[in-house]
Design a protein around this ligand. Sequence first.
Ligand code: SAM
Length: 296
Amino acid sequence: MNEKDIATPSRTMEILKKYGFSFKKSLGQNFLTEPNILRNIVAAAAITKETNVIEVGPGIGALTENLARAAHQVLAYEIDGRLIDVLHETLSPYPNVQILHQDVLKADIEADVAKQFTDSYPIKVVANLPYYITTPIMMYFLETALDIQEMVVMMQKEVADRITAKPSTKAYGSLSIAVQYYMEASIAFIVPKTAFVPQPNVDSAILKLTKRVTPAVQVTDEKAFFRLTKSAFQQRRKTLWNNLTHAYGKDEKTVIWLEKALEIAEIDRKRRGETLSLEEFARLANAMNNLPKDDN
Ligand code: SAM
């Protein structure tokens, strides 16, 4: 451990004290104070001098410092204006870091990337995410036109479990499908709450997401596919049929359309949504799509 690392408990305390910093719970501020965990995050992301990194929420720069040492360039978005001066000081030894004082969800990341990254190396997202907006941040990076090859992000363990869940488990839901459609997802390791100041109430997990060359399943209309998966989990205790008629309608035309689509997809309407695999959802979505309601 390098005594000068930002993330050592003593250096973190020194920095926080120097700036009279008080944590804002509403911004999900839980800072990592375990240099080993930070190094393991960087290792899990396989960052090299030919990787550019986007970080969300650098805090006082604990993870940023480790990313800067390993990566070509780092672009970090921090919403809290009180941290900008701190970051300029703590990260002054790393000219390859660019800090942007901005809400990541409002940023024009594509424009920032074009401006800040001087070489077209692969881009990875590595972050200890603010927990209150984990899902919107992930969805942004999944759907962006930017070519994000890999994401290694820390989140509440419970959310990481939902993302990596398999069918017929309690954790499986529309979020599992939304992420697994684009990325291969696995939990790299668990981080105990004792690794943070202040300590959160729950343990965290490092989730590793690797972009698939093509989506996990072939669908004719992505929007319709995601609408279907969301509808199927609307009320988990109800059958697929109940959720489908609730979402799409109970009128005669719709009922016939749904019945036919289920028959073509060879899916029993009495099943629960949570038992359907991505392939089955894709089959059903495609059948619904190929069978316009108005033709019935
Ligand atoms: N990276 C640091 C670490 O690992 O110690 C801090 C991580 S802390 C969990 C989350 C950080 O995200 C905080 O610094 C917080 O101010 C910042 N943050 C919260 N909401 C944000 C947003 N919408 N855009 C950018 N940063 C945000």
